[in-house]
Ligand binder design. Structure first.
Ligand code: NAD
Ligand code: ZN
Length: 366
């Protein structure tokens, strides 16, 4: 088992990464299960695959799981669900010192975390992430949120879990496409800040994706440690360190917007292609070598993730894509803040990127 300590908001908690954690949850999470009834928020797929493992472990310790099930998908991060969930938690008698378990991907984690942030002005919660993306990204850092008609993740709170149990077994039931999408964020930690990890992933990426024990644990643990380190440096997104986590995300969001935030392009797929574009754009500015940009492209391609805009079959020009970037960025005198590369493992925040130049670059890529 890998144990990564996270120090945030004056508190510390552990992220444990191993196989078999859910089958042993009554012991693993024992200090946070004070009462006989254990409230668990879960999404339909996570419950179908992993509900009985959790149920059996709790039963063996004389605990009764109380399930709150949400539909799979982004639509569950809504005001309506938040209201229903908080009412349910109140009806279950959850108090400030209690803990709610969140079993599922980032959707369940974000919704549950936000509900727990506001329930009785803050109750505890334990993250049980069951997607690779949730294990390496959304369950670490304390951001919680729901979506509103104005956009994704616009209403939320910072609220840290008391414990994160990343059970690697859960990844075996994940659709392969979701696994690869999560792997994109793993690769991101290498590209943005750790050239050694990037090299290791080039060598071991196929082992990680085939869920080979040692490689998978190392990839998840290294990613969690990277995220924990960056977030601890910049807890509330004020110093700029956390912005590096957005590598590939500005290009990625533009592509996601153009494909209508649909199944045509998963978030992680957009990020993968976005990283390739950030690397190529950095090479175009002469900040990294063409060979380094090609290495990023090869790593993305080798993971079965999209590495060329052409592969998406979009019918738009560079300007259309660049315009999508204006929605989630503040433009300053025609320039956009952008995460670019000075080398593999050396991402930085560039403030001199002109929208017109990005549009011209994207025209070359389409
Ligand atoms: P998700 O929660 O929608 O899960 C993806 C799919 O996998 C769903 O269909 C789900 O039902 C299914 N699933 C989950 N676990 C499974 C399992 N073990 N076996 C089979 N199927 C399973 O999506 P996600 O990719 O985990 O997370 C995306 C969400 O995370 C977005 O809402 C995003 O905004 C949020 N997010 C938050 C942060 C943060 O810092 N809080 C960071 C990144 C992303
Ligand atoms: Zn992301």
């Amino acid at each position: 088992m890998a144990v990564i300590p996270v120090e945030l908001a004056g508190r510390s908690y552990e992220v444990r990464v191993a196989r078999g954690l859910l089958s042993d949850i009554a012991q693993e999470a024992a200090p946070f299960l004070r009462k006989p009834r254990v409230p668990i928020v879960v999404d339909a797929n996570a419950k179908a695959h992993w509900g009985s493992a959790v149920e059996q472990s709790l039963a063996s310790a004389g605990k009764e799981p109380r399930w709150y099930e949400v539909a799979s998908g982004e639509g569950s991060k809504s005001w309506e669900n938040l209201a229903r969930l908080t009412d349910w938690l109140l009806a279950e008698g959850v108090e400030r010192g209690d803990h709610v378990l969140a079993l599922g991907g980032g959707v369940v984690g974000d919704l549950t975390g936000f509900a727990c942030a506001i329930l009785k002005r803050g109750c505890g919660f334990v993250q049980l992430p069951t997607t690779l993306l949730a294990q390496v990204d959304s369950s670490v850092g304390g951001k919680t949120a729901i979506n509103t008609p104005a956009g994704k993740n616009l209403v939320g709170a910072f609220h840290q879990p008391s414990l994160v149990l990343a059970d690697l077994d859960t990844l075996s039931t994940l659709p392969p496409r979701e696994l690869r999408a999560g792997y994109s964020e793993v690769l991101k930690y290498g590209v943005l800040g750790d050239a050694t990890f990037f090299d290791w992933l080039v060598e071991k990426g196929s082992d990680v994706l085939s869920l080979e024990d040692a490689a998978l644990e190392q990839a998840v643990a290294t990613s969690v440690a990277a995220k924990a380190r960056i977030v601890a440096e910049d807890e509330r997104e004020t110093s700029g360190a956390r912005a590096l986590l957005n590598l590939g995300h500005t290009f990625g969001h533009a592509l996601e917007a153009e494909t209508g935030f649909s199944d045509r392009l998963l978030h992680g797929e957009g990020v993968a292609l976005g990283m390739v574009l950030a690397a190529r754009y950095s090479a175009r500015r002469g900040e990294i070598s063409r060979e380094d940009a090609a290495r990023v492209t090869r790593a993305v391609d080798a993971a079965g993730l999209p590495a060329e805009i052409a592969a998406l079959g979009l019918d738009c020009d560079g300007r259309t894509l660049a315009d999508h970037m204006l929605h989630d960025k503040k433009m300053d005198a025609g320039t956009l803040p952008f995460i670019l590369l000075r080398g593999i493992g050396e991402a930085y925040l560039a403030r001199d990127v002109e929208l017109a130049d990005i549009a011209a670059f994207l025209d070359e890529q389409i």
